[in-house]
Ligand binder design. Structure first.
Ligand code: ASP
Length: 440
């Protein structure tokens, strides 16, 4: 049994959290490879080290005085080192190098990456594991995208003879020999890459919640947890705004059939959420989760006999593509087609898109409606269950929410419902209520 364990910033925010992490690692000898984030917030209103490092970069780029920010960052790490009583350990050399490099050639990705770099040094020392620099094994191409194959090979080769290692999350080496980072929260991706490369049995992702919740806790008080969710369900939910894991973190393990287990560092006794390729485990409820976002708009194109015009849909979408706009959904009728897009992506280009649609398909009418919220009700169990859609719509009717759009893919994994922005929270509550609370 081999596990890769990734710990998020709040799990490593101070020495007390480091101790919890070490206890978790020592409790299971199969936890062989550890991927740490940078120290996160210790309390509400605190600043993440990564944000301090971006601020440091800005100071350096302006040619300003880096001293105060650098001191704050240094003291965050020193507090951890002192708290763990690592008396003969220091990061002085690393800090001297960071300062010198930022003075000479300030780079934002380099600066940001040092949060995990330094934390991994402490972690390796505290655990007695080997430090493996991510810059030696994780590679990005010219466009800043991960070079998956090369990276996987390099990680596997490097770790083949290292039974226990700490590999900092969030960054790797760019094509130009300079440090590159993933987008924010990217240590999740590093953990997944390492797990995929060493063919781990499990990728454990430790954070400050006990997994995914059926609905957003900012809308539903104490929502229930999801025990098991498939990769596909998770994609749907995270795309629609459920955020616990970085969206791209599922790909490296998904290809290897490795499950991800989201766990809570502050409650290690909780089983957390299992993210798996496929499962015969039934979820406790018909639905697995509800997520949603506000701020969409619909572009309705009406043209009599559009159904008989070959290539109509392609030409409509061309108008969006020409303007660099991606679409979310596209429900259609016989003589109508509706394209759902993100308001902020679309708004400043709307007139260009409308004239392109006129040019390409000569519609009878084009109508735009805004302030739409989309809600995804996701669940592998919905396929085999009669009346799911009926329950959703009667719940919404009872809650006096008007449904403006419905889209159910033929995979029957999810139903997308469009409601007015102002009805969003009410609608989520009504759906949660019917499937989880009353289960009527
Ligand atoms: N430290 C980075 C961030 O704050 C990456 C991570 O934590 O995954 O985004």
């Amino acid at each position: 049994m081999k596990k890769v364990v990734k710990f998020g910033g709040s799990s490593l925010a101070d020495a007390g959290q480091f101790r919890k992490v070490a206890d978790i690692i020592h409790a299971d000898p199969s936890r062989a490879y550890v991927v740490p984030s940078a120290p996160g917030k210790r309390f509400d209103g605190d600043t993440k080290v990564t944000d301090l490092l971006y601020a440091l970069y800005h100071k350096a780029a302006e040619g300003g005085d880096m001293g105060p920010v650098l001191d704050t960052i240094r003291s965050r790490y020193q507090e951890i080192i002192d708290g763990l009583q690592l008396t003969d350990f220091s990061l002085d050399d690393q800090f001297a190098e960071i300062e010198a490099r930022l003075k000479e050639d300030p780079q934002s990705d380099y600066a940001a990456s040092r949060g995990e770099f330094l934390n991994a040094h402490i972690m390796a020392r505290y655990l007695g594991y080997e430090f493996v620099d991510a810059a030696e094994v994780i590679f990005f191409d010219e466009d800043g995208n991960l070079e998956s194959k090369r990276t996987k090979k390099a990680v596997a080769a490097k770790l083949e003879n290292i039974p226990r290692a700490v590999i900092p999350g969030f960054y790797g080496m760019g094509h130009d020999g300079k440090i590159r980072t993933f987008s924010r929260g990217g240590s999740d991706i590093t953990g997944s890459i390492v797990a995929g490369a060493v063919k781990a049995d499990v990728y454990e992702n430790w954070t400050d919640v006990s997994g995914f919740m059926v609905a957003d806790p900012r809308i539903i008080k104490d929502p229930v947890n999801i025990d098991t969710i498939t990769y596909r369900e998770l994609r749907e939910l995270s795309y629609m705004g459920a955020s616990v894991l970085h969206e791209d973190a599922i790909f490296p393990v998904r290809g290897e059939g490795i499950p991800i287990n989201i766990r809570n560092t502050n409650k290690p006794e909780d089983d957390g959420t299992w993210i798996v390729e496929s499962t015969c485990q039934k979820s406790g409820y018909v639905i697995t989760g509800i997520a949603g976002k506000k701020g969409f708009c619909t572009v309705l194109i009406y043209k009599a006999l559009m159904n008989a015009e070959v290539g109509f849909g392609r030409r409509v979408l061309q108008a969006f593509e020409d303007n660099g706009i991606s679409f979310e959904h596209m429900p259609s009728g016989i003589d109508t087609m509706t394209v759902v897009v993100h308001e902020d992506e679309f708004m400043h280009k709307e007139q260009k898109v409308i004239s392109a649609i006129h040019r390409y398909v000569q519609p009878d009418v084009v109508e735009i409606e805004s302030d739409l919220a989309l809600i995804a009700v996701v669940g592998r169990g919905m396929k085999s269950m009669r009346g799911t859609a009926g329950r959703i719509f009667s719940a919404l009717a009872h809650a006096k929410v008007n449904v403006r759009m419905i889209d159910q893919g033929s995979s029957e994994l999810n139903i997308i419902i469009g409601v007015a922005n102002e009805d969003f929270e009410n609608a989520v509550r009504a759906i949660y209520d019917i499937f989880v609370v009353t289960q009527l």
